[in-house]
Design a binder for this molecule. Sequence first.
Ligand SMILES: [Zn+2]
Length: 377
Amino acid sequence: MQNFTFHPGPRLVSGAGSATRLAKHLPDGPCLFVTDREVVALGLTDACRATLGEVIVFDTVEPDPSKETLLAAVEAGRAAGATSVVGFGGGSPMDVAKLAAYLLGSGDDVDAIWGVGLATGRHLPLALVPTTAGTGSEATPVAVMTCEGGEKRGVNSPALIADWAALDASLTIGMPRALTAATGIDAIVHAIEAFTSARTKNPLSDLYAIEALRLLSTNLLTACAAPADLAARSAMLFGAHLAGLAFANAPVAGVHALAYPLGGLHHLPHGLSNALMLRHVLQHNQEAAREEYATLAQVLEPGCAGQGSQMQCALFIDRLAALVIASGLAPRLRDHGISQADIPTLAREAMKQQRLLVNNPCAIDEADARRLYEAAW
Ligand SMILES: [Zn+2]
């Protein structure tokens, strides 16, 4: 049997009202509750907060959260003597919660732990509640912050994995269509990049990635067109979680590396950034990842099983490009305010994402990155 390690992720509670069942798993004492104002205004946090006793609400997390925001959350938790942390919302509040729980528990300095495996201390007891179906952050050991100069820096360490996650699809019903589409495509990219991850993909991460892609690709357009369809929302939330578990063990790669500068420099949402780069990075990878893409094509279209791998690979890329368009996202960089003059800077910034680029099935250098942004423009 292949040598591999697999982290199973947080313990789960799922179903309607599951976030209200987290309290009994957390210690007594003040709970640092990390969220954003929109999630609070929608009333999504009310039932969970009511079960938690003393709560310090930190609701000023912005999209692409900054290191300053993280440090303010840590300070709020420290001042109140927090004994646990809950992250409630999309990827941004969850990422801030993960790092805040770690910094509060370990006493480490955040600037000493950027990168892979450098966070080795213990976090405060931590529970996460996703309200989008996309980032899978509730499943993963990764948290990404926007640092000086717009650079995205990440911490990737098992010490960031939450103790508990609650999957309640009813919390995702109110997501607007564009967010449903972008976060859904992000989750699909997680599944694909995990399945082709160059270094640590393994039979379990493959299993999760395939089931994630099946659930996400069959339910995305229903979730976009019929936002209150709870069955589709549940499939998307579970699919995003499985994709998170897959890439927690087999990290994402080139699509994400090229997507991050679009968020860091131009503030495009993370899922949209991935959707814009998906087709072009897959085309760049298609020789190196042909067998994997051919396998995944059969998940999108079981009827193509008898075709050769080259045809399956082409069909895979076409189907995903069509899915991005059918979800309603405008598919080109120029549709989102990026100018051609921005491309050299984007390519230079993408080269800083070596922690991701090393997972790509083939190399992407700066000239490749420029060409891929041009193709996406
Ligand atoms: Zn992502």
